[in-house]
Design a protein around this ligand. Sequence first.
Ligand code: C5P
Length: 223
Amino acid sequence: MAKLCIALDTNLPKATELVDALRGYPLVFKVGYKLFIGYHRAITDRIKERGFELFLDLKLHDIPNTVREGVLCAKDLGADYVTVHISAGREALRQAVEVRGRTKLLGVSLLTSLGEEDLAELGLCRGKDEHILRLAKLALEMGLEGIVCSGQEVRLLKEELQKNFLAVVPGVRLEGDPSEDQKRVVSLEEALQAGADLVVMGRSVLRAENPVKKVEDILLKIA
Ligand code: C5P
């Protein structure tokens, strides 16, 4: 069964309130720039102390030695997952794998906020699917545990790669929610049908009048 990951893209009081209120539910909490840069262990320790899995979404993208150090620090914080941009290249991925320990490495393929037109503008002339497939192949060859992609690509990757990996899917929207800055969005049902293993949801939950109830509803749909 797919797991639900809540992206805590909010301030510290709201994040800690939500983590405390959801104690006991089978959830992963994702910490990104906003909370990590501002509050670091105040939020990562809280997530671990409450018994949840910790997803550090730092999207490491640097020279191999710097990526290696980043992964080592994420491991020390007890991160269960950490993201690395696959486009950091083979050697950065190799060094990340070498030091990851029990922390699962998730390779970011193409951000879900980018579409075909962005690829062209960036000078990446292959089509979106071909680009993502190439990156995913490299990540799995190097031993990463998962690939971050949109729900639109999960089926293709699972069929083409024929490998066991965690398909991590952000850009998921509930009916009526705006896509905002995300371009490659799918509905929760589409993400699940496509084979997502970890469904990442941020604003759809955080902006709900009752986020706890919203999470309960989503968990029911996943089950
Ligand atoms: O609010 P929303 O549900 O769009 O949040 C999606 C989360 O997933 C954000 O925290 C964003 O940083 C993250 N993410 C993403 N696309 C990726 C990788 C991570 O949207 N490719």
